[in-house]
Design a protein around this ligand. Structure first.
Ligand SMILES: Nc1ncnc2c1ncn2[C@@H]1O[C@H](COP(=O)(O)OP(=O)(O)OP(=O)(O)O)[C@@H](O)[C@H]1O
Ligand SMILES: [Mg+2]
Length: 265
């Protein structure tokens, strides 16, 4: 066929309003996008959120938790928070965080307990000849949230390795047993958080440069239009999510402390 007469295959464009509502029945793991007025779902896989200070990382985590408040209350999701900024951010979440670690030893104990829980679930899977747990009240989603993951480091290389080893094991073995990790960081470089590459799904808020964006999201994401270095400074909460097929720009709604008050009692 003459290539000049062929109709080019255009990429499928995102229609305004498409996916506007949360998917019914599914776990509401995601957030509203106030720019295009639609719902953005997170893939059920470990997710790394990166952006400069004040770009809105904690706001994304707040949105995710608030949207899952009912599922958390019903016991379909168990939340584990690590906030090494003395718990300033996560203590505001009240009962949206089931177990909170605000220093490294507590985080380490938490990871070890979760590792034991995974082992228990894996034994159950073997007994039942299954390969993946179904999420529900029987086996809730174990959702681990690390705000400022780069703070998880020791005084030496060896101490950091020791601290990260149980988390590494959760990241490698967690998915089929119903465990998901969401981590945030200000620095997209692997050197700042050695386990960065264990996170298949990435969210970029404002970053300093195209180079930093490429480091975090990869060349394919940039080719697909992902441009976190172009997010204006005065638009915190704006970011890009990349799931290896599509780059989507969003802005999360701002949830202030008074809106979180209801979860504190
Ligand atoms: N969607 C939004 N609309 C308006 N303001 C927002 C929005 N998201 C965030 N902000 C503002 O930006 C500020 C910083 O957001 P946030 O604390 O989530 O950033 P961060 O990336 O976690 O920063 P840090 O790395 O310093 O912890 C918020 O206190 C709020 O004032
Ligand atoms: Mg923060």
């Amino acid at each position: 066929m003459d290539p000049h007469t062929m109709t080019p295959r255009l990429p499928r464009l995102f229609k305004r309003g498409e996916q506007r509502k949360r998917p019914a029945g599914a776990l509401p793991l995601g957030f509203h996008d106030t720019e295009r007025r639609r719902w953005v779902s997170l893939p059920m896989t470990h997710t790394y959120i990166c952006g400069l200070t004040g770009s809105g990382k904690s706001q994304i985590i707040t949105n995710l938790l608030v949207n899952m408040a009912d599922a958390i209350a019903e016991g379909k999701v168990l939340t584990y928070g690590v906030d090494l900024k003395d718990g300033v951010e996560m203590s505001a979440y009240g009962r949206l965080i089931g177990r909170l670690a605000t220093e490294k030893t507590a985080a380490s104990d938490m990871f070890s307990d979760l590792r034991n829980e995974l082992a228990k679930r894996n034994r159950m899977l073997i007994e039942q000849h299954r390969r993946k747990v179904g999420i529900g009240q029987e086996t809730p989603l174990l959702l681990v949230i690390l705000d400022e993951a780069a703070e998880l480091r020791g005084d030496s290389e060896a101490a950091t390795r020791k601290l990260l080893a149980p988390l590494d094991s959760l990241l490698r073995l967690g998915r089929s047993a119903g465990l998901m990790v969401i981590a945030s960081s200000q620095d997209p470089r692997k050197e700042s958080f050695k386990l960065r590459d264990r996170f298949p799904s990435r969210i970029a808020l404002r970053l300093n440069s195209i180079e930093e964006s490429r480091l975090l999201m990869g060349e394919d994401a940039l080719q697909a239009g992902c441009a976190p270095w172009l997010i204006p400074l005065d638009r915190p909460g704006t970011g890009w999510i990349w799931d290896t097929r599509m780059a989507t720009r969003f802005r999360v709604p701002f949830i202030d402390d008074t809106q979180l008050e209801q979860y504190r009692t």
